[in-house]
Write a protein that binds this ligand. Structure first.
Ligand SMILES: [Zn+2]
Length: 401
């Protein structure tokens, strides 16, 4: 059993405590020792560098690579899986060794990574997006043409449901297909042309059934939730994380604090919609208008949630924006009042906690899996972080560098 020691660097252990000099020893895919003056069979010189735990992105869509309606219609069905392989590699290159896919990735993609068939971060997957008729996940267009973000296939069943009974069936169908988490839309969204992000979707009775079905199989629910009533419905139902949270108010923040609900801000998502349009993407006017409307409101809401102490985990909605630019989110989080250490904690230890993986991942501590990122220069310089990644280790194996 080879023991590899990372020597002479600073260590960010994931908990938000400050950078400190330490060596880190790994063996057999695990961290075995953290401290001064360690030795081993092999050494990685980390002088002038910082070690971070493998990073997380808690909201990606690895099978989504473009928003443009025309290209979504024209791209051959199976092309998305090859794009996913490329997207996963780009994500891993940033030091992101674990992602939560919030609709699109199916069990085959997850297994291909686990088996080493393609390089990428390990995945927690929702498979589909549970939506009511006319909701954020309904691909219907006024022409009658349906253009969902992810087309159904045998491993990715439909997430459309109306009423508690259908909700139960859809939840069970997605869990059967391998969902680790169920993703539901409790409000409209920016990228759905026919709804309003402020309006609620699904009734409390429907959401109760969903949360109960997930819990029966040891799983949890994440909610695409932008409008404040839909956010509150999600929190009351016991949903574990609110994604986006654009129109959070003080009462919603208070409820999230009381129940320990997580917030995954995805601040970069509306920015990326606007960029795509400025670069010539053909998106319906309603989508463009909504994206422009929400950017400032979103940041202000997230700033208040951070100030109040809501639990934050990093997520980007990549797929809406280009894969491989995920770390842009970190500087935006800092801009909403988080210290660099708090941002990195939200991208490591806290994210692992949200995903229920904190006994295995998210920190640099003996016993945990050896996911490590070697960063050149100042790891707290968040705008520069993406360009400073030198090595990425996953389960004790050098994956990038
Ligand atoms: Zn998303």
């Amino acid at each position: 059993m080879t023991r590899t020691v990372f020597t002479g660097g600073l260590v960010f252990d994931g908990t938000g405590s400050d950078l400190a000099p330490a060596d880190v020893a790994i063996a057999d895919g695990r961290i075995v020792d953290v401290g001064p003056g360690l030795d081993g069979d092999e050494a990685v010189d980390c002088t002038g560098k910082t070690l971070l735990p493998g990073l997380f992105d808690c909201h990606v869509h690895v099978t989504v690579s473009q928003l443009s309606l025309v290209s979504r219609v024209q791209t051959p069905f199976s092309y998305q899986f090859y794009e996913a392989a490329r997207n996963l590699k780009r994500t891993l290159d940033l030091g992101i060794t674990t992602v939560r896919d919030a609709a699109g990735a199916d069990l085959g993609i997850k297994q291909a990574v686990d088996d080493g068939l393609i390089p990428g971060p390990r995945l927690q997957i929702s498979v589909g997006l549970i939506s009511q008729t006319g909701g954020h996940g309904d691909g219907w267009n006024p022409s009658g043409h349906c253009v969902p973000l992810s087309v159904e296939h045998p491993g990715r069943p439909s997430g459309l449901a109306d009423g508690p009974d259908e909700m139960r069936r859809v939840a069970r169908t997605l869990l059967r297909a391998g969902a680790d988490v169920l993703k539901v839309c409790t409000t409209g969204g920016v990228l759905s042309p026919r709804d309003d992000p402020r309006h609620s979707q699904f009734t409390p009775a429907e959401l109760d059934v969903l949360v109960a079905e997930a819990a029966m199989q040891g799983k949890y629910v994440m909610a695409h939730a932008q409008g404040v009533e839909g956010i509150k419905n999600a929190v009351r139902a016991g949903i574990r994380s609110i994604e986006h949270g654009i129109y959070l108010d003080d009462e919603a923040i208070e409820m999230m604090l009381e129940r320990g609900t997580w917030l995954v801000p995805t601040l970069v998502a509306p920015v990326n919609v606007i960029r795509a349009v400025d670069a010539g993407a053909d998106l319906p006017d309603a989508i463009v208008r909504k994206a422009r409307e929400v950017v400032d409101i979103h940041r202000e809401a997230i700033r208040r949630a951070i100030e109040a102490g809501v639990r934050i985990a990093m997520g980007t909605d990549s797929g809406v924006g280009p894969h491989g630019t995920n770390l842009e989110e970190l500087a935006l989080m800092e801009g909403c009042g988080m210290s660099p250490a708090a941002v990195l904690e939200a991208t490591t230890a806290s994210a692992a906690q949200l995903l229920g993986l904190d006994s295995e991942l998210g920190r640099i501590a003996p016993g945990l899996r050896a996911d490590l990122v070697v960063v050149e220069g100042d790891a707290y310089d968040l705008p520069a972080l993406g360009g400073n990644i030198r090595q990425v280790w996953k389960d004790g194996v050098l994956a990038v560098g």
